[in-house]
Design a protein around this ligand. Structure first.
Ligand SMILES: C[S@@+](CC[C@H](N)C(=O)[O-])C[C@H]1O[C@@H](n2cnc3c(N)ncnc32)[C@H](O)[C@@H]1O
Length: 255
């Protein structure tokens, strides 16, 4: 029980600033970190994700993260998505500040949200809340196309440079309020919202394909939220399921 509570406490942290697919990537593939100085630390991080998944499993409804997702996270260089002064902390299983009051999410939560999308490789995915760009980079290895929206102009700019520098050609990004989705690129097979909303944005439901799935933290943006799965049936009917308590930074904007 103690291990479970500890794991949930860790999971509850994802977006909160503390105190403030190819299964195998080739060297030279986008974001391939294989062979860099952080390889060992990435392996340890993935080991920790496995343990948390096992402990949180009964709550999250998933006691293991898929091997393809873990394999990607073992290779995407998270240290290149955090401010340089925090690089030595990049592979700890916790969120880190990325400036402008925002955070890069806890690796376990990135793994869980990615795994829950159940990507097969051919999907068009929308991410709301680009932040550092790390989640989009992970998704890019598992889906055909990733579209990501960030509301903070500076973060949108920084992540755009990262995608370019690291060769993420299948990621398109824009600055704006992701509450409204990206109608020109819709519909999407999968949507992941990485900031806390008080309700599921209707434009996102409209832009989800029948048979598609959205993962979103819902609840009071300033306290704890519940990670939810929103599924749109082939007949267009929408069903929601609650997963586990989490804490993300708020979904902002005028909506
Ligand atoms: C927890 S961080 C996301 C972490 C990110 N996915 C990553 O991998 O680094 C949440 C991000 O959502 C952004 N955000 C908040 N409200 C938004 C909105 N309405 N539209 C788009 N982005 C938003 C924040 O500025 C922040 O960068």
């Amino acid at each position: 029980m103690r291990a479970l509570l500890t794991a949930i406490a860790v999971a509850i942290h994802p977006g909160l600033a503390p105190g403030m697919a190819a299964a195998v990537l080739l060297v030279g593939a986008p974001g391939a970190g294989a062979g860099d100085d952080f390889e060992g630390r990435r392996r340890v991080m993935v080991g920790e994700i496995r343990v948390i998944a096992r402990d949180v499993g009964p709550v999250a409804g998933k006691s293991a993260i898929g091997t393809e997702v873990l394999s990607v996270m073992e290779r995407v260089p998270r240290h290149l998505f955090v401010p340089e002064v925090l690089r030595s902390h990049a592979y700890e299983d916790r969120p880190l500040p990325i400036g402008f009051g925002q955070t890069i999410s806890q690796p376990y939560i990135v793994a869980l949200m990615t795994d829950l999308l159940d990507l097969q490789g051919g999907e068009a995915v929308l991410e709301v809340g680009t932040g550092s760009g790390y989640q989009a980079a992970v998704l890019a290895h598992l889906a055909r196309r990733v579209h990501t929206i960030e509301i903070v102009p500076e973060l949108a700019e920084i992540s755009a440079r990262r995608f370019e520098r690291q060769g993420y050609m299948t990621v398109s990004r824009r600055q704006g309020d992701g509450y409204y989705g990206w109608p020109e690129k819709a519909p999407f097979d999968a949507i992941v919202v990485t900031a806390a909303a008080s309700h599921v944005p209707p434009p996102l439901i409209a832009q989800l394909k029948p048979g598609g799935r959205m993962i979103i933290p819902l609840g009071n943006p300033f306290f704890t939220q519940i990670l939810m799965i929103v599924e749109k049936g082939r007949d267009g009917a929408v069903r929601t399921r609650q997963l586990l308590p989490v804490r993300f930074v708020p979904l902002t904007g005028d909506h």
